[in-house]
Design a protein around this ligand. Structure first.
Ligand code: MN3
Length: 239
């Protein structure tokens, strides 16, 4: 239970203090009456709908524990930041870093659940031609996206994004939760390649997990996000 303002709550044996998974230690207290801003979205399919490439036990843990923790921490950190002292640079910086990490985790997972679907398939005509324009062919896109996912060093994501300068589709990697393409790049699909996404089933075989996920991309959702994306940012060239 979170402490109320200006109180320090002693933890009991049943409530172990784990610095690795909680940021409570960054604040001695905050306004716990503030409403939570972020909520865990429901999955758009049943827990067993993605089996066998993503079985129910993996999905339940991933959504109900990993994603839920990002939501919980993002809410807690919002409250802590609301009352944090910005002149306490070390603490304030740590809170901001932790908030960014957890909010990004929430947003990326929310996008991930709607980037994949139970049925395999290919993009419909309009998106198919946009992919061809951007990459040359669907196979070329698939090879690039596979590489972007498989070759993430450590934990991260493969991403399909809209280049904010030209409007072209690009693939890129996200290390941990940080977009490695460009500020303003609009994500239209992501694939989680943190080990918690696949290790229970596929052990260290990330390539098999990625292959299945790309085969099950939800092209209708991706097409919708492409349609809804803002027009390309005009880039000034010359004087
Ligand atoms: Mn994950």
């Amino acid at each position: 239970m979170a402490s109320s303002r200006c109180e320090i709550t002693e933890r009991t044996e049943s409530e172990p203090f784990d610095r690795r998974s909680s940021f409570d230690h960054l604040s001695k207290g905050y306004d716990d009456d503030m409403t939570d801003i972020y909520t865990l979205p429901d999955l758009p399919y049943a827990l067993d709908a993605l089996a066998p490439w993503c079985p129910a036990d993996t999905l339940k843990l991933h959504h109900g524990k990993h994603h839920a923790t990002y939501v919980k921490e993002a809410n807690a950190l919002t409250k802590q930041l609301a009352t944090a002292d910005p002149t306490d640079e070390l603490k304030f910086g740590a809170l901001q870093t932790a908030f960014s990490f957890n909010l990004s985790g929430h947003l990326l997972h929310s996008l991930f659940w709607t980037s994949i679907r139970p049925a395999s398939g290919r993009p419909a005509a309009e998106l198919a031609s946009r992919i061809k324009e951007s990459f040359g062919s669907f196979d070329r896109f698939a090879a690039l996206f596979t590489s972007a996912c498989v070759k993430v060093q450590g934990s991260g994501w493969g991403a399909l994004m809209i280049d904010p300068a030209t409007g072209a589709l690009r693939v890129g990697s996200i290390l941990n939760h940080t977009n490695g393409l460009a500020p303003g790049a609009q994500l239209v699909a992501v694939i989680d390649v943190w080990e918690h996404a696949y290790y229970l089933t596929h052990k260290n075989d990330r390539a098999t997990w990625v292959g299945a996920a790309i085969d099950h991309l939800d092209w209708e959702s991706i097409a919708r996000r492409c349609d809804e994306a803002a027009v390309a940012v005009p880039v000034a060239v010359g004087a």
